[in-house]
Design a binder for this molecule. Structure first.
Ligand code: 13P
Ligand code: 13P
Ligand code: MG
Ligand code: MG
Length: 366
């Protein structure tokens, strides 16, 4: 049986700044979905990571279904009404267009989807990150799918010995999706050359070269490409199938122990380490640090199990402490150098106005 998984997430308002949505808001989104799904959804799950609400749909409408996208959009609109009623901060923040036009891609919400023939057992992972952007997944996906230091199955499992195909998007290109397909292991240096630039080149999907099956799908939205100005961070979601021809769950999780530095800390303008957190976590310190949650599910004939919270294990408490230290270290240098994003990536118009004003005051000595 063919199943489609669609995760659609948006920030539609949060309590006390950009920390977390209210219970009432989430309840309203859930209630709207239950009342309006009209048998088109096999199952769904709702949760939040920081101030972003993610809806995971299991259905049979295929990828890019206008019905599913509209259902999510309308649920976010219903939630936004509650956000306004409660005076939440940034009500409707990620709903950037006035009218739904067939697909939420390009309208503000982040989307990751995949359709596949269900295996007899179908384990997969849902990742949701806040205060960062889609390039945050470049390093863990590279290590989890192409490096035997993290993915021992590349050595041990015959079903992974051909490696994986990476589809990488140039997100700086805004007239349509510009992508390239590269194969690991043969083209690993080319893959690395692109992926080092997290802000421009982003993994969009990964496929098994053994079976051709989709393994990973990442949301690649860049909000400032849509709005033309800063409206919030791109806070990416990702689906990863695991086991069998794909990495084991623990191999996909392994690189998240690094707490690598990503863009998106405070005002989407600073660099901070990515902290693995439990489901429905908020953010705090310096509007961060950037966080990522991971829920493990199985889907069978369209029905989802309850999720296992992958970062709940005590091992990750130790990682979180280390990441907190890394966050404090980089914050010690405030706005200097590597602690902040380069001028080209700064998302606030204020700095552009300031630079324009200062430019006039510069003098050049011949
Ligand atoms: P089980 O033997 O518990 O299925 O584990 C297989 C494995 O090695 C996963 O890493
Ligand atoms: P969000 O994009 O998660 O709303 O965060 C905005 C921000 O930069 C807070 O400092
Ligand atoms: Mg927000
Ligand atoms: Mg957010």
């Amino acid at each position: 049986m063919k199943t489609t998984l669609s995760v659609i997430k948006a920030d539609i308002g949060s309590i006390g700044g950009h920390l977390k949505p209210s219970e009432r808001l989430i309840d309203r989104v859930r209630e709207f979905l239950n009342d309006n799904q009209d048998g088109m959804v096999n199952d769904l799950y709702i949760g939040h990571t920081g101030d972003d609400i993610a809806i995971l749909f299991s259905h049979q409408q295929g990828v890019g279904s206008d019905k599913i996208h509209k259902l999510a959009w309308d649920a976010f609109l219903a939630g936004t009404e509650i956000a306004k009623e409660q005076g939440l901060y940034g009500a409707g923040q990620d709903l950037l267009k006035d009218a739904f036009s067939g697909n939420v891609k390009g309208m503000g919400p982040a989307v990751a989807e995949m359709e596949f023939e269900e295996r007899p057992n179908e384990p997969f992972l849902l990742f949701c990150a806040d205060k960062t952007d889609p390039g945050a997944y470049n390093l863990p996906l590279y290590l989890g799918f192409a490096d035997p230091m993290h993915n021992s199955g590349l050595m041990l499992s015959p079903s992974m010995s051909k490696g994986f195909k990476f589809t990488i998007m140039d997100v700086a290109h805004i007239e349509g999706d510009k992508t390239i397909e590269l194969n690991a292991p043969e083209e690993i240096y080319d893959i690395a050359a692109l992926l080092r630039d997290n802000e421009r080149f982003v993994i969009e999907s990964i496929h098994s070269r053994e079976t051709g099956d989709i393994a990973t799908s990442v949301s690649t939205t860049r909000l400032h490409n849509i709005a033309g100005k800063y409206t919030g961070k791109d806070d990416p979601v990702m689906l990863v199938r695991v086991q069998g021809a794909f990495p084991a769950t623990g191999e996909v999780l392994s690189p998240f122990s690094i707490g690598h530095y990503v863009a998106g800390f405070m005002r989407g303008s600073h660099i901070g380490p990515l902290m693995p957190v439990v489901k429905n976590s908020s953010v705090s310190y310096f509007d961060g640090p950037p966080v990522v949650s991971c829920l493990a599910f199985c889907v069978h004939q369209g029905k989802l199990t309850t999720p296992a919270d992958a970062f709940e294990h005590p091992y990750w408490d130790w990682v979180r402490s280390r990441v907190a230290e890394k966050a404090t270290e980089i914050r010690a240098q405030g706005f200097f150098g590597a602690a902040m994003l380069p001028y080209s990536e700064l998302e606030y118009g204020g700095i552009v106005a300031k630079m324009n004003k200062l430019e006039k005051k510069f003098t050049v000595k011949k």
